[in-house]
Design a protein around this ligand. Structure first.
Ligand code: MCF
Ligand code: FE
Length: 414
């Protein structure tokens, strides 16, 4: 293994302070970072180390995409955009066609993540089709077996889920962490969710929550789109007294609350009281399905951390995380220079924390997952802003201290 140092003209620590270190470096061994600081000082302290300094590069923790559905990677024009109701109806009619083509597209989607500088993903798996590809990929994966099942007869759904989850548990490794997702209030029977969550321990739990007005109406017993939905599809309707009762399923859990577009202060406060939530915002998916974006100001005020994700090709134009971050940067309702650190921490430190990983930041003891990008500006906030506007693909990517893609400059033993 041995000690290694990577250095670059501009280093983004992605620590809570969002410090930028000009001519910085990171010392690591195997999977973990040992020390971070000025490159020349680090090299003087550890002169026998294999080291490389990238003159025109930005070094940061590898990006993290905490919510993506690889199984829907083949979606191009099969699902309807413009309303959540229209989208869900089209998913019900056309998903089998999309899933049939999955194999050919999932590998490409994995490559796309790596090429964007993404080292870790939170993969939502409804069927387990994506498991072998993700297990074999260089990505660090938190693999969420997703529970779906509205019917009151919970035993068969529980058995099927447990079998699927057991296959994921067999794949567990330092880079593959099995976990559980509860799809959404409108698609999961309360008793089934309770049984799954009380039987299987999960390091983190993910759920789609209040993505649409229709879902809010459903949880408030106000009828609307979901009133006829179940009869139409030969299903029975799940029942929750309120959005708060759905959140009560996640007592004590580390929780990824995905979307929460229609969550109010009381919902966010309740999530904080009973669980350890991070809100996962997928701006392009929200715009395409529900028409609007998350009110970051309100969520910041509630003291809930936000991470950013692409969602799947099922509700997006593509799953390019850098494009997602740029969209957020243009569209958020907060001052530009406050948005920049919030977005970059949302795809590093906060995303890592949400997934229960110790990464997403260049700090001693954290994962040695690094992304290097071409960088020709000044090593300051303005330079980083221009980099975010321009950057299209990673220059090199390291996961667990190992080079995985992009240009490989041999470390020089100096
Ligand atoms: O996050 C988006 C929109 N909200 C809900 N579900 C999904 C999203 N992208 C894909 N999905 C999947 C979900 O995992 O769509 C299906 C599930 O398999 C909906 S349930 C019929
Ligand atoms: Fe999703």
């Amino acid at each position: 293994m041995g000690l290694k140092i990577l250095g670059a003209k501009c280093v983004l620590l992605c620590n809570p302070n969002f410090d930028i270190v000009p001519n910085g470096g990171v010392l690591f061994e195997g999977e973990h970072i040992l020390e971070v600081g000025d490159y020349a000082t680090l090299y003087a302290k550890y002169p026998k180390t294999q080291a490389h300094f990238y003159k025109n590069a930005l070094l940061m923790p590898a990006l993290i995409n905490p919510h993506i559905h690889f199984e829907f990677a083949a979606q191009k024009n099969n699902f309807d955009y413009g309303s959540f109701e229209g989208w869900l109806s089209s998913v019900m009619s056309n998903r089998s066609q999309v899933l049939k083509k999955a194999a050919a597209h999932m590998q490409r989607a994995v490559g796309e993540q790596l090429m964007q500088g993404v080292g870790s993903v939170g993969a939502i798996s409804s069927y387990g089709i994506d498991r072998p590809i993700l297990k074999e990929s260089p990505l660090r994966v938190v693999f969420f077996d997703e529970l779906i099942g509205a019917n009151g007869n919970i035993a068969p759904a529980f058995e099927a889920f447990s079998k699927r989850h057991a296959l994921s548990l067999e794949c567990q490794s330092p880079k593959f962490t099995p976990a559980i997702a509860i799809h959404a209030p409108y698609s999961v029977h309360k008793g089934l969710a309770q049984k799954v969550l009380s039987t299987h321990k999960s390091p983190v739990v993910s759920t789609h929550f209040l993505e649409s007005q229709a879902e809010l109406d459903f949880l408030k017993g106000r009828g609307g789109y979901f009133k006829d939905f179940y009869a139409k599809h030969g299903l029975s309707a799940p029942h929750y007294e309120s959005p708060l009762e759905f959140l009560d399923l996640f007592q004590g859990q580390k929780l990824l609350l995905v979307h929460a577009l229609f969550a109010n202060k009381a919902h966010l406060q309740h999530a904080k009281n009973i669980a350890h939530p991070t809100l996962i915002s997928c701006p392009r998916s929200n715009r395409l399905l529900s028409g609007t974006l998350l009110d970051f100001k309100q969520v910041n005020k509630a003291g809930v951390k936000i991470a950013l994700a692409t969602d799947g090709a099922s509700s997006n134009a593509n799953t390019l995380l850098l494009e997602e971050l740029r969209t957020a940067f243009f569209a958020l309702n907060i001052p530009l220079l406050e948005a920049l650190p919030q977005i970059l921490l949302g795809a590093t430190l906060h995303a890592s924390h949400a997934l229960g990983l110790k990464g997403g930041s260049l700090q001693a003891g954290f994962l040695a997952d690094f992304a290097l990008f071409g960088f020709h500006a000044q090593a300051n906030l303005q330079g980083v802003l221009h980099w975010l506007l321009q950057t299209r693909r990673v220059q090199s990517l390291y996961i667990g201290g190992e080079w995985v893609c992009g240009s490989k400059r041999g470390f020089k033993a100096m």
